[in-house]
Write a protein that binds this ligand. Structure first.
Ligand SMILES: Nc1nc(=O)c2c([nH]1)NC[C@@H]1CN(c3ccc(C(=O)N[C@@H](CCC(=O)O)C(=O)O)cc3)CN21
Ligand SMILES: CC(C)C(=O)C(=O)O
Ligand SMILES: [Mg+2]
Length: 291
């Protein structure tokens, strides 16, 4: 029987998961091609938002493979009520900071409300700013069938696009923050939206606030990865807003959030300890002084 020499042995995915997006050995900037390969291996991956260089560097060092500079910066970083007022200038500045703070994560820049709704040419002009001025590796925009022409032109122009369907917060003034895809008709619309963004060339799609069973069906149907937020456990990836999951967001957070830390308490307690030291005269001490 003929033995295959090493040179003839077909290349396979290493069984040790060395190419894994999380916990693997990718020592360079992750690309959309790495994301595509992860779905072929059936690998799940985590995504977090980031809005500044320092926070992004912490997540980068923790191995988070994909970061979204979300327009949730509107309410989580810039003090607006919603994502609606966020401008492309603001997203460009925040995205550039996140790119500067990271060396490994794929950075996805969210196109804000008003920067792509006019049509494909406006979308291309806006996405080009995030690519050239901020250095993001991909952009995200909201809408399924209604955004397929925008997605197609960006992809044809060489810009990887992450789509976003289900609850699309930029449409809060018309749809509110309600669960999407409940009932047979709405479920069929969500499936049409998912197929439309895949056909237009999106490399991944966010499913926000849709029933878990429907998100699982979309995930089985599509060949591109699904990224769930409030979409149950059976999507290919998950995303959370970083201030929600670390307990920094003031006020109410959506029910789908799991809180992994209480940064609001940590930071508040530290600020109070500092204030008491200053008022009581116990800071600074000699070790904090120059002579
Ligand atoms: N801090 C924060 N976290 C987010 O996840 C987030 C933002 N901001 N801003 C942009 C969008 C808006 N998102 C939202 C906003 C509200 C709900 C919400 O109120 N959901 C209700 C369920 C509503 C229903 O049952 O129909 C909830 O109680 O979670 C969900 C997602 C998700 N995104
Ligand atoms: C919640 C995610 C998907 C988002 O679009 C954002 O943070 O802006
Ligand atoms: Mg967003």
């Amino acid at each position: 029987m003929t033995q295959l020499s090493a040179a003839q042995t077909p290349q396979r995915t290493p069984a040790d998961g060395s190419r894994a997006l999380y916990g693997g050995k990718i020592n360079r900037r992750i690309t959309v091609r790495d994301i595509t390969a992860a779905k072929e291996r059936g690998e799940k991956w985590p995504m977090l938002t980031a809005y500044d260089a320092m926070t992004a560097s912490v997540f980068d060092e923790s191995g988070i493979p994909v970061m979204l500079v979300g327009d949730s910066a509107g309410n989580c970083h810039l003090g607006y009520e919603t994502t609606v007022p966020v401008t492309l200038d603001e997203m460009t500045m925040l995205s550039a900071a996140v790119v500067r703070g990271t060396s490994r994560a794929l950075i996805v820049g969210d196109l804000p409300f008003g920067s792509y709704q006019e049509g494909p040419v406006q979308a291309l002009r806006s996405a080009t700013r995030l690519i050239k001025e901020a250095g993001v590796g991909a952009v995200k925009l909201e809408g399924g069938e209604r955004s397929h022409e925008q997605i197609r032109l960006l992809v044809e122009s060489g810009i990887p696009v992450m789509a976003h369907i289900g609850l699309t917060p930029q449409s809060v003034n018309s749809m509110g923050y309600r669960v999407q895809g409940r009932g047979e008709e709405a479920a069929q619309q969500l499936l049409r939206d998912a197929k439309a963004v895949q056909d237009a060339g999106a490399f991944a799609v966010v499913l926000e606030l849709v029933p878990a069973e429907l998100a699982a069906e979309v995930t089985r149907t599509l060949h591109i990865p699904t990224v769930g937020i409030g979409a149950g456990p059976d999507t290919d990836a998950q995303v959370l807003v970083w201030t929600d999951m670390l307990g920094l967001t003031g006020g109410r957070v959506p029910k789908f959030v799991k809180q992994y830390a209480d940064l609001r308490k940590v930071m508040g307690d530290a600020a109070k300890a500092y204030a008491e030291d200053v008022v009581g005269g116990t800071f600074p001490q000699d070790e904090h002084s120059v002579h």
